[in-house]
Design a protein around this ligand. Structure first.
Ligand code: COA
Length: 263
């Protein structure tokens, strides 16, 4: 059982909810361990086709728990490094989860909270969501989140927001690609997340997993012969797969593919 998160599975949708609202869902070693375990379970659970990351309270996530960071600084060098690796590994698991992931962002997301949003495939936030990469203000750096944040907003905006630690609005997050959609309130958030989830549930589960692997294999690579060959091999595998055959047959036979609930 978890103490810092809530989990549920509801008709194909796994939901992990950060539940430490009194600390604005800041993550310490306990929360990181629970998140990591829950992501593993959701990734392995066949009943889960889409994973939603949400949180309780007025903030999405205040990033790393600064009491934990302070404690970790007093550990031995090995323990300190082990702790940092645990956070880096949790973010990697989320970014590389074979199921599509959706961030449901209400209120502030700071530091590692921006990292969590950046790790998800789709991110939707309310107008009052706000963001800041506060680390340098604290004499720290946004290290373990950086690959994910740079992938989401690009190097240019990473330079600005990682260096200035300015707060930026949901509108700015939307403009620079951290959020895909902005909505007025919690109700709009549920509706928008619901629409994305509905779209994802119509897609081949294996195809979506392979699609994520494709994007990470191809992104930022030069258009060299090995990349071209790799893409040809990937589609060759998929069109010969059970799921690929079923999807094409369903289209041609004007019926729903077997991964969509019939009726
Ligand atoms: N780590 C540890 N505790 C945190 C925290 C964090 N990242 N973020 C908030 N808290 C704690 C506060 O210290 C406060 O504790 P207290 O009640 O014992 O004083 C409590 O949560 C409530 O926070 P408070 O600042 O009073 O609430 P707020 O509504 O005015 O502001 C935030 C909320 C999230 C905007 C603000 O707390 C904040 O800026 N937090 C720091 C976020 C940050 O820089 N994270 C990156 C870390 S690398």
């Amino acid at each position: 059982m978890y103490n810092n998160i809530l989990t549920e599975i509801d008709i194909g949708v796994g939901i992990i909810t950060l539940n430490r609202p009194e600390r604005h869902n800041a993550f310490d070693d306990a929360l990181i361990g629970e998140l990591s375990a829950a992501i593993d379970l959701m990734a392995a659970e066949p009943a889960v086709r889409v994973l939603v990351i949400s949180s309780t309270g007025k903030s999405f996530c205040a990033g790393a728990d600064l009491n934990w960071m302070k404690r970790a600084a007093a550990y031995s060098a090995d323990e300190n490094l082990r702790d940092s690796r645990a956070l880096a590994e949790m973010l990697r698991k989320l970014a590389q989860c074979p199921k599509p992931t959706v961030a449901r962002v209400q209120g502030p997301a700071y530091g590692g909270g921006v990292g969590l949003v950046a790790c998800c495939d789709v991110a939707i936030g309310t107008f009052d969501a706000e963001f800041s990469l506060t680390e340098v203000k604290l004499g720290l750096i946004p290290a373990v989140i950086s690959p994910h944040v740079i992938a989401a907003i690009g190097e240019r905006y990473a330079r600005r927001y990682m260096l200035t630690a300015e707060r930026f609005s949901a509108a700015e997050a939307y403009r620079i690609g951290l959020l895909h959609e902005m909505v007025a309130d919690d109700e709009g958030l549920d509706e928008a997340v619901g629409e994305i989830v509905e779209a994802l549930l119509k897609n081949g589960p294996r195809a979506m997993a392979e699609c994520k692997a494709l994007i990470s294999a191809v992104a930022w690579k030069p258009l060299a012969p090995d990349v071209i060959e790799d893409t040809a091999q990937r589609i060759t595998r998929l069109r010969a797969s059970t799921e690929g055959r079923e999807g094409m047959n369903a289209f041609l036979e004007k019926r729903k593919p077997n991964w969509i609930a019939q009726g």
